[in-house]
Write a protein that binds this ligand. Structure first.
Ligand code: TYD
Ligand code: MG
Length: 468
């Protein structure tokens, strides 16, 4: 085995030196140099499958503790960079392996090319370490054209190959800051039997990429196609090998894309990036909380039967419009709900009849969540009830009002998690009134909510008296 030499790397710009410096000679940041092992020539290839006798259990006290990934995460700047940085847990960890999964055509290649561009630019102003983008999916020309469309002109090396050994060897020569492999389904290891995309290939190639990332400290991104059910041999079986799993989601006809951390060894899995696919690629959404609201809501002619709920996804809050239509002598035999579970819709209808005295018995109730979202959180109960009341009473809910709370079978309003965060979002957006469970009132007193009025209600009767 080759001997491992020590080198010093600046955590802020990635500059390397043969000895320690108090101040980085390159970017002049102080106390950022950390020790990293440098591979000698004959250690190259150590990321390939190893005979088992090379690996030994290590005594706890001998395990190296100098690795503090938080200290030398690579920050990503700008509004787009911030979104990505957040899902990664506060910047990219060198030597990490990140799997980016998602349906074909959702925008994974676009996303990774944009991330590659950012990483190649970050840090040093002139010629910083490059980023290598390997594609087994598209030709170099196709990627070049995409880069032009995205306005990318960074220090990126493109390579078209599917042989992992070859990819890693040539990537190592360039000492890049990061490596992107598009996609895991197209790469293979010569020593493993089976076609690219097969379960053994996918597993072994990922393991090789993991060893490569760990031995070289190069951050590796791996793209994987996956269907909603995750049946295809691929990303699902890789989740336990890699450090970070991000899934890209979005509706077919919507420009919005969510990037969600499903697993993260270096941060929380509660994080979510909200992006928008535009002509010039993916961008951060500036008003993500409001992205599901429709335009007409800002007009003065407010419809009856429309109520706003505040839903949480991870640590983010979203305002969602719920519409209800109550109809007597309905030609359609039953009530329908779109984006709300039918059981929930029926229970809320019955609670309104029994506990709030609403004569809904002869009405068919239609419910719809605007913009095709699905409301599963119980915090949306109150807005569903409010929308039904508003349609039934033909009384529009005043503009700038929102509803948060779970409804019990007794018609009582129950607390929901993170109510302070939800209410704060409304206040920040200039909402005038927010109906919440009584218990939440005291809790919210301490918050600086500006002009917004918090209306605490014990049960549905109180809500109806306060609003309608
Ligand atoms: P792509 O990144 O190729 O998806 P994936 O790698 O997940 O299969 O891009 C998917 C779609 O994004 C493609 O159909 C076109 C669209 N797109 C834009 O709308 N704007 C752009 O700037 C780019 C590059 C792509
Ligand atoms: Mg692609």
């Amino acid at each position: 085995k080759g001997k491992v030499k020590t080198q010093w790397v600046c955590g802020s710009c990635g500059h390397t030196e043969g000895k320690w410096w108090g101040t980085c000679p390159e970017c002049e940041a102080s106390a950022t140099m950390y020790e990293a092992a440098k591979l000698t020539d004959n250690a190259i290839g150590s990321w390939l499958p190893q005979p088992p006798q090379d690996l030994r259990p290590l005594k706890l006290e001998h395990v190296y503790r100098g690795f503090n990934y938080d200290k030398w995460r690579i920050p990503l700047s700008g509004s787009f960079g911030n979104e990505i940085s957040t899902v990664l847990g506060g910047g990219l960890v060198p030597g990490s392996l990140t799997l980016v999964g998602g349906d074909p055509g959702i925008g994974k290649s676009t996303l990774l090319l944009q991330i590659a561009a950012m990483l190649a630019k970050e840090g040093r102003s002139d010629e910083g370490p490059p980023v290598v983008y390997v594609s087994g999916e598209e030709s170099l020309q196709q990627i070049g054209i995409r880069a032009d469309r995205l306005g990318i002109n960074s220090n990126i090396y493109l390579y078209s190959s599917t042989d992992i050994e070859d990819i890693l060897m040539k990537t190592h020569d360039l000492s890049p800051r990061a490596l992107v492999v598009d996609s895991i389904q197209t790469v293979y290891l010569k020593t493993i039997i089976g076609n690219a995309g097969g379960i053994m290939q996918v597993k072994e190639c990922t393991t090789a990429l993991m060893r490569f990332a760990k031995t070289t400290n190069i951050a590796v991104f791996l793209i994987g196609h996956v269907t909603k059910s995750g049946e295809i041999a691929g990303p699902r079986v890789l989740e336990h090998i890699v450090d970070v799993v991000l899934y890209m989601e979005g509706e077919k006809h919507s420009p919005y894309r969510m990037l969600r951390a499903v697993k993260n060894r270096f941060g929380s899995t509660d994080e979510l990036a909200v992006l928008e696919m535009s002509q010039s690629g993916l961008q951060a959404v500036s008003n993500a909380s409001e992205m599901f609201l429709t335009q007409q809501h800002s007009d003065s002619n407010v419809l009856a039967g429309l109520a706003i709920a505040v839903i949480m996804d991870g640590t983010r809050t979203f305002l969602i419009e719920i519409q209800a239509l109550c109809l007597t002598h309905c030609p359609v035999s039953s009530s329908l709900a779109n984006g709300i579970h039918a059981n929930k819709a029926n229970i809320i209808k019955c609670v309104l009849i029994k506990q709030a005295g609403l004569h809904l018995q002869d009405n068919a109730v239609f419910l719809n969540v605007v913009s095709g979202q699905t409301v599963t959180e119980t915090a949306g109960d109150l807005a569903i009830a409010a929308a039904i009341c508003s349609s039934f009473l033909e009384f529009p809910i005043p503009q700038g009002a929102a509803f948060i709370g779970e409804i019990g079978l007794g018609g009582e309003l129950r607390m929901v998690p993170r109510i302070d965060k939800r209410v704060n979002t409304l206040a920040k957006l200039g909402y005038k009134m927010c109906v919440v469970p009584k218990e939440a009132e005291k809790l919210l007193e301490a918050e600086g909510l500006g002009k917004m009025k918090v209306v605490g209600c014990k049960d549905l009767k109180e809500v109806i008296n306060a609003v309608f």
